[in-house]
Design a protein around this ligand. Structure first.
Ligand code: C2E
Ligand code: CA
Ligand code: CA
Length: 870
């Protein structure tokens, strides 16, 4: 048992021993030294007279005595290492148990070290040095004056583990002593530690050595590389290249063998450039070759970086859908990719140096280069859209994006730029813009753009003076559309647009507002006559026949004109309204003319508008009335029929004549229901008059149809129903039409008229002589009655010309066996004259002013009683 004070002393000694060993660890470069130091310290701590280190080469022996404590006989050192007998039992026990053991004399008999001059061992403590659960050495301390105990052994454990630690670190760095020659081991060390990959191959070109750097370079361990063909790491460009050239022993000199450029291949397949220097290895036999590879790992990684970058750039640049250019500081192209050339349509050689500038469109080149220079010289990026002109004359729109390039001293050394073909986008943009601003059919300015121009013109009216707006509406366009079809209608509009453009100066604007409505903006007026001149020109040019395919058509136009003089109320909206009011007036005036806007016109238009509003309620409120006028024989004033005439008893304005509201009825579409109502009234009334014998059974009732009503698809059915409902026969009904209904001569009109005739209804041509109609219409439409217009009748007694016309019409009508009605007969003299000339019927104030049914009944009664009295 160790004494307490001895314990403390020992512990202190142990700690300082461990410290010492750790401090000296750097010098303890060889295992014998560490063993020596350990055994010395332990002998000192345990007070042992002697100590030994026995090395175990493996777990069953052999045992080798390596070190002894100096106190042991000095002769020992010369005979070490000393192989111990295999069967030393006590040692085997320690090996197996891997823990400290105490032995006494009888057990130690086999440990006979007397041949080494070591005195007999009486008692001994054996301490194992264990690493990785293997006992690799045993430290034996013996013949201490104090008895050994296992407690002491435990205390020594830290020193033993320190020893093991140092031992292992030495072993790890220790170079295997493959050759006794000191220079050979140094060389081996060098080969292992250099950064230069070194591979040694045999005559069969198989790897026999592969250093650490090579492991790093190729990503394989020396172990797995050994035995493999060198071509796996340094692939050949052609078979047997290495055998014949690179590593041919006959070519390899011992000194200064030239480098060969090769490609290295890593485990993952990546390749990298390297050069090889083969050396013949002298001492391993003439046939082995040492291959030193360059650059080493570091250099190689530096060199490989730009190589990879360049390869990547090339690939990206070739695949990119954009053109790429790089210039020097003189702006000469030093690099262009193939896409740049494709876009420009020039070859690479043409584009290099300053050739790239030639591809720029001549109209864009100077401004582009100027702007580019302005930005690049101050280090700014630049972006612009411009045109290229290809060698075959195509215009290509591109978007350029340029950025200055700096050299290593931050001086601008040129620029790098990309171009992208944006032609498609430009064309689309332009199309969209045109669509937004132009009329698709004629290409004229559309309503939206005209509005902008109008605002613009208003904004500069002070400086540029007054301007005029001409509002145009083609006369009879709808008929052309209906007759010849929409394609012809389109052709006509295109032709009109062309002619209108010929009538104005280039600075004026001609717009199509839709349908057959056109607008002209005439700016910078010197006086009002300029607008009139334009209007005259338009009327004249549009009157010229137009050829639509093979069809020649005639058209005219109505024009409303207004002026903007910079006065108040001059807003685009107002001006357009004024022009429209003037246009309405032009139409009222019989079309094919122009009218100026005036405040009076505006008033009229306003009241028309008001009328229009109340018109919608007029029907419900029963404000319409039917007036009648008698048609009687000229010979005996025998009533042969009546004409129904529409009236509107306006709540404020009183009784309104048809001219005041029929156009409004037509525009609003109310004409059809109002007409149906009138027919019902008139037919019923007519039936009653016959029943009351106020009219003879063969007498007729006349109704008026406006040209527009002839286009109503329901007309025939409605008319037929009204006749049936009233219980009349169709032959008792006369439809009066003006010549303007016939002049259009469209399919629809012709069809409607023949349908009316087919019902059995008679046709009368109203206001005969005022229109343009030719006599051929009389036959073509099977006209039954001619009504000579009151303007001719009015002056037959005083105006010989009118008298001649009326006589001529009567002669014509007799020759065609038509009935003739003279309108506006207001005196007995006129009646007598007409009777003499052979006119059959008359109508006018002489017989009666138009009046309601009730008054007409009494008028008819009077006529009857007068006749009866006669
Ligand atoms: P219109 O068919 O020529 O009708 C004759 C017009 O001459 C009537 O005018 C009548 O009042 C007027 N008149 C008759 N005798 C004389 C006369 O001796 N001296 C003068 N100065 N005038 C006379 P009103 O009733 O104002 O009708 C005007 C036009 O309105 C008619 O002309 C007719 O074309 C149209 N109209 C009338 N009712 C209707 C209708 O129900 N439907 C359609 N579509 N048009 C109608
Ligand atoms: Ca009439
Ligand atoms: Ca008439």
């Amino acid at each position: 048992m160790a004494l307490p004070h001895a314990d403390r002393r020992q512990d202190h000694t142990l700690r300082s021993a461990i410290d010492r060993m750790q401090q000296d660890a750097d010098q303890l470069t060889n295992k014998l030294k560490i063993y020596q130091s350990t055994v010395d310290e332990l002998c000192h701590i345990t007070g042992s007279r002697g100590g030994l280190v026995i090395e175990c080469l493996n777990q069953t022996g052999p045992f080798q005595l390596l070190v002894t404590h100096p106190a042991v006989a000095p002769t020992v050192a010369h005979t070490l290492p000393y192989e111990l007998e295999q069967q030393t039992e006590c040692l085997n026990v320690i090996l197996q148990r891997k823990e400290a053991q105490i032995f006494f004399a009888p057990q130690l008999e086999q440990l006979n070290l007397s041949p080494l001059g070591i005195p007999p061992i009486t008692h001994m403590i054996a301490l194992p040095l264990v690493h990785n659960n293997n006992t690799y050495a045993i430290i034996a301390l013996f013949n201490s004056p104090i008895p050994y105990d296992l407690e002491l052994a435990k205390r020594c454990a830290p020193l033993l583990s320190t020893s093991t630690c140092i031992q292992q670190s030495i072993q790890a760095s220790e170079v295997p002593q493959f050759n006794e020659q000191p220079w050979c081991s140094t060389l081996h060390n060098l080969v292992n530690h250099t950064h230069m990959p070194i591979i040694c191959i045999n005559a069969e070109h198989e790897v026999i050595r592969f250093n650490h750097a090579a492991e790093q370079s190729f990503g394989v361990t020396a172990e797995s590389a050994t035995g493999r063909a060198i071509t796996e790491f340094l692939p050949e460009r052609f078979p047997n290249e290495h055998r014949i050239l690179t590593f041919n022993p006959n070519r390899i000199k011992e000194k200064a063998t030239p480098q060969t450029k090769l490609t290295g291949r890593q485990k993952n397949g990546n390749t990298f450039p390297m050069s090889a220097t083969p050396l013949r290895e002298r001492d391993t036999g003439a046939r082995a070759i040492l291959v030193m590879l360059c650059p080493n790992l570091k250099l190689e990684s530096i060199n490989r970086q730009p190589y990879v970058e360049i390869e990547r750039f090339k690939a990206v640049s070739d695949l990119a859908p954009i053109g790429i250019i790089q210039t020097n500081k003189h702006w000469e192209a030093e690099y262009v990719n193939s896409r740049w050339c494709d876009i420009c349509g020039y070859g690479r050689n043409d584009v290099m140096q300053l050739g790239w500038i030639n591809a720029i469109h001549p109209d864009d080149v100077s401004s582009l280069l100027e702007q580019l220079r302005d930005d690049i010289v101050i280090g700014n990026e630049f972006s612009e859209e411009y045109r290229l002109l290809t060698p075959i004359g195509n215009t290509v729109w591109v978007q350029l994006q340029a950025r200055p390039l700096l050299d290593h001293s931050d001086v601008i050394s040129g620029f790098i730029a990309t171009i992208m073909d944006i032609t498609y986008r430009k064309i689309t943009d332009e199309k969209l813009r045109k669509m937004a601003e132009n009329d698709a059919l004629t290409g004229l300015t559309n309503r939206a753009l005209f509005h902008d121009r109008l605002e613009h013109a208003l904004s500069r009216i002070e400086r540029h003076g007054p301007f005029a707006i001409l509002c145009l509406d083609l006369d009879g366009f709808k008929n052309i559309n209906d007759t010849l079809g929409h394609d012809a209608g389109d052709l006509l509009l295109i032709e009109v647009a062309k002619r209108l453009l010929d009538c104005v100066r280039s600075e004026d604007t001609v717009a199509r507002f839709g349908g057959d409505e056109f607008m002209i903006l005439v700016e910078g007026l010197v006086d009002a006559s300029v607008a009139a001149n334009v209007a005259e020109k338009v009327l004249t040019t549009l009157r010229q026949p137009m050829l639509l395919g093979e069809q020649e058509v005639f058209i005219s136009t109505s024009i409303g004109i207004t002026f903007a003089t910079g006065q108040s109320k001059c807003t685009p909206k107002n001006l357009l309204k004024q022009a429209d009011i003037a246009l309405y007036r032009a139409k009222e005036e019989g079309r094919n003319n122009y009218q100026y806007f005036s405040p009076e016109l505006e008033e009229a238009s306003k009241s028309r508008l008001l009328l229009g509003n109340s018109l919608y309620r007029a029907m419900e409120r029963g404000e319409f009335e039917v007036f009648y006028q008698i048609q009687a024989t000229t010979s005996q004033s025998q009533p042969m029929g009546t004409e129904a005439l529409l009236r509107w008893r306006h709540p404020e304005q009183g009784l309104l004549p048809p001219q005041a509201f029929i156009p409004l009825l037509e525009e609003s579409g109310l004409i059809a229901p109002v007409s149906r109502w009138l027919w019902q009234q008139a037919f019923r009334e007519h039936k009653r008059w016959i029943e009351q014998s106020l009219l003879p059974p063969e007498s007729h009732i006349s109704i008026n149809l406006s040209p527009r009503q002839l286009r109503d698809a329901q007309l025939i059915r409605n008319l037929e129903n009204a006749i049936q409902e009233a219980g009349l026969s169709a032959g008792q009904v006369v439809v009066e039409l003006t010549e303007s209904s016939l002049i259009t001569d469209s399919n629809t009109t012709r069809q409607t008229l023949s349908n009316i005739k087919a019902l059995g209804v008679q046709l009368a041509l109203d206001d005969f002589g005022t229109g343009y109609s030719s006599l051929t219409y009389l036959k073509r439409f099977s006209i039954d009655i001619i009504k000579i217009d009151q303007s001719f009748v009015r002056d037959i007694l005083t105006d010989s010309e009118d008298a001649a016309i009326v006589q001529a019409v009567l002669a014509l009508s007799q020759s065609l066996s038509l009935t003739t009605v003279a309108e506006g007969v207001d005196t007995e003299e006129k009646l007598t004259t007409l009777a003499q000339w052979g006119c059959e019927l008359h109508q006018g104030y002489l017989l009666n002013k138009p009046c309601a049914a009730k008054q007409l009944s009494s008028k008819l009664e009077k006529l009857c009683s007068y006749k009866a009295a006669e």
